[in-house]
Design a protein around this ligand. Structure first.
Ligand code: ZN
Length: 129
């Protein structure tokens, strides 16, 4: 099932990816999830890449950032529905690490950024067992 993104959300994600290049950008997808598991992304939250190594190969989001965001969203009837990040000069496919850290039920958007431009966007999800 493909997630729904508004044009503005897609543009904001692409902008974040371009801005972070040649490093990885990362952030949270905020929205709603239906009973059937359909995801609608209504906004994004840029997160700073906390990874302490080569920032073009991996990303890490501050757990406290996620905690605070969850609290804020709860009062608005929204929830965290996924994560986005970019792959600078690499295709928009899941890396081994991406696969290992995927949380079931969340949407993972990967943007391939080549020479500073977003050339491909793909979305992945691991189903609940
Ligand atoms: Zn990745």
């Amino acid at each position: 099932m493909e997630p729904k993104f508004s044009k503005i959300v897609s543009e904001q994600m692409a902008l974040a990816a371009k801005k972070a290049y040649p490093n990885e950008c990362c952030g949270i997808l905020v929205g709603k999830k239906s009973e059937k598991g359909e995801i609608e992304v209504t906004e994004i939250r840029e997160a700073s890449n906390q990874f302490q190594g080569q920032k073009s190969v991996h990303f890490q989001i501050d757990p406290l950032f996620i905690y605070r965001l969850e609290q804020e969203l709860e009062s608005r009837g929204l929830e965290i529905v996924g994560v986005y990040h970019s792959h600078p000069d690499c295709p928009a496919i899941l890396s081994k690490e991406d696969e290992n850290y995927m949380v079931p039920g969340l949407e993972y958007v990967i943007m391939s950024v080549q020479k500073g431009e977003v050339v491909d966007v793909k979305s992945y999800r691991r189903d609940l067992q």
